[in-house]
Design a protein around this ligand. Sequence first.
Ligand SMILES: [Zn+2]
Length: 138
Amino acid sequence: MTADRRAPRRLAIAVPGARLKCPACGTGAMFHRYLKVSDDCPHCGEALHHHRDDAPTYFTIVIVGHVVVSLVLAVEMAYRPPMWLHAALWLPLTVLLALVVLAPVKGALVGLQWALLMHGFDPEAKEELGDQFAPPSS
Ligand SMILES: [Zn+2]
């Protein structure tokens, strides 16, 4: 069983994560609240608590920034609206896009970490907490 779980995982597995589904079965919900990843998949029981949260906000800022800045420049070049209209358009759009994009990006990155056996997703890896407090081996 361990050998099957250790088999190379396809990187395309990030797609179920972007759909907010478990990367192992593609059916169970990955999140139990807006951005809270479930400890285990409610469908297949795959442990999902090994993920790290560093990258989703960075990728969300990059994606939303490219979309919003492109739109701001295009509208400015075409219509030259007053600044208050820019603020009224782009600030809410930026917040809304960030809220919409953040969960799928986080799901895709959790799926990617799972596919690449990063952190504790490797079934043969030692428990991270045990490693942290283990005495030196020399
Ligand atoms: Zn699952």
